[in-house]
Design a protein around this ligand. Structure first.
Ligand SMILES: Nc1nc2c(c(=O)[nH]1)N[C@H]1C(S)=C(S)[C@@H](COP(=O)(O)O)O[C@H]1N2
Ligand SMILES: [Mo]
Length: 422
């Protein structure tokens, strides 16, 4: 189950947590972070976090101040569930998952940006300026969920290596761009095409220019779907630099790792794309259920396609008080990868009984759906609100964890929040 405590989570000191980040700093940097010299700093036990730091906001990024930092280099930050309450996720509340270092702002310049389409299965390799792309092809706007396949990873046990996401590696803004299909068809798709792969302008953490931070892709049929976009705007404006400005891929219902940011090149491949993080278990699940902690041979790990059914309680905020015997209208969103959400249920009694929530249709395919339900707290005390969505194939979110997997992907267990009846 997801974290039921208020959103200021404090996980054990993993190398990915804020605590882990501070414990790696030297005394000088610690003093700088506290804002004053630590007078008896030489006596500070190794790993002890000065209390003063508790008041210091985590280092963050302009425009992303409300996010919770999960890692500093590369910058990775998630959003507390209650800040995802808006139907359309605001740019400042969209999570960030970087695998490398983003390009400098001067490099991510729409005036000089180009996109190359090439690859062994491309008939007419072409390089477009951003202006040409925008002029040549029709614009489309769609609201689509972007969710990291590792969202929810922090709950798996034994722990899976990687960013320790709780619930906030997801968002659903409006994306505007040109259809990937229109651009690929313009450049000619050879009959032997099976996959596309992307390359971005970010740099590998090692600084080695020959290495890519990430270079993933999707089968050609998915690339040609009408919802697959090469996006240049988020909610009608330039997207934040951290989310891929000036150009990114948006692939609906699949892991966000297929949505290449700072998009410089798309290759049409005659085989499954073999770029960075396509192979060796990355974004792959065992093809059969495995016991927690098992080692799974690479050949039994298959590429993740559709994301699973999932939901969030975005109102009220976890940890708040609510008067007893007064209606509490709770609400949130639900989404289901390639499928549609058919029903959402809420429970106030740890899953013994469930009440059906009102559920809206998606504004378009791959957008999340809004749900709401009226609850009443019968007496003073502690409660949890649990939400559970069911998709059009009849798949339900598990109340506890889904099957363990080596990389900790696809945790779609029910979201729960805490509430006090007063
Ligand atoms: N060029 C590039 N594209 C990328 C990444 C990256 O590190 N570099 N990260 C991927 C992953 S793993 C995720 S979850 C999403 C995150 O998108 P966001 O940072 O806009 O939320 O971008 C994907 N596209
Ligand atoms: Mo991701």
């Amino acid at each position: 189950m997801k974290d039921a405590t208020p959103d200021t989570k404090s996980t054990p000191a993993s190398p990915f947590s804020r605590r882990g980040f501070f414990s790696r700093l030297g005394l000088g940097s610690l003093s700088a972070a506290v804002g004053a010299e630590i007078v008896f700093g030489d006596k500070l036990p190794a790993g002890l976090i000065p209390l003063g730091l508790a008041q210091t906001p985590a280092p963050t990024f302009p425009g992303k101040e409300d996010l919770t930092l999960l890692n500093d280099r590369p910058f990775i930050a998630e959003v507390p569930a209650h800040l995802l309450d808006a139907k359309v996720t605001e740019a400042q509340h969209l999570f960030v998952r970087n695998n490398g270092h983003p390009p400098a702002a001067e490099v991510a310049n729409p005036e000089t940006w180009t996109l190359e389409i090439s690859g062994e299965s491309c008939e007419k390799p072409t390089t477009f300026t951003l202006k040409e792309l925008k002029e040549k092809f029709e614009h489309h706007t769609l609201q689509m969920v972007l969710e990291c396949a590792g969202n929810g990873r922090s709950e798996y046990n034994p722990p899976a290596h990687g960013t320790q996401w709780t619930v906030g590696g997801v968002g659903c803004p409006k994306w505007t761009g040109v259809r990937l299909a229109d651009v690929l068809k313009h450049c000619g798709i050879k009959p032997d095409a099976v996959y596309i792969g992307y390359y971005g302008a970010d740099t590998h953490l090692s600084g080695d220019p020959k290495k890519d931070a990430i270079s993933r892709g999707v089968p050609i049929a998915k690339a040609l779907q009408e919802e697959s976009l090469i996006a240049f705007a988020l909610n009608g404006e330039d997207m934040p630099l951290l989310n891929g400005h000036p150009l990114r891929l948006m692939i609906g219902g699949w892991p966000a790792s297929t949505c290449g940011k700072w998009l410089k090149k798309i290759v049409i491949r005659d085989r499954e794309h073999d770029g960075e993080k396509m192979t060796e278990g990355s974004y792959r699940m065992p093809r059969y259920p495995v016991a927690p902690g098992s080692k799974v041979p690479d050949e039994d790990m298959v590429v993740i396609e559709s994301m699973p059914v999932k939901s969030l309680v975005t109102f009220p905020k976890s940890g708040v008080n609510h008067p007893i015997k007064e209606t509490l209208t709770c609400r949130g969103h639900a989404w289901a990868g390639e499928a549609e959400v058919k029903e959402v249920f809420v429970s106030l009694d740890f899953g013994s009984t469930w009440k059906k929530a009102d559920l809206e249709a998606p504004v378009n395919r791959y957008a999340w759906q809004h749900w709401s339900a009226n609850l009443t707290l019968p007496q003073i005390g502690y409660y949890e609100i649990w939400a559970r969505a069911v998709d059009s194939h009849g798949h339900s979110q598990p109340m506890m964890l889904p099957g363990w997997n080596p990389k900790g992907y696809l945790n779609n267990s029910c979201h729960r929040i805490a509430i006090q009846g007063v």
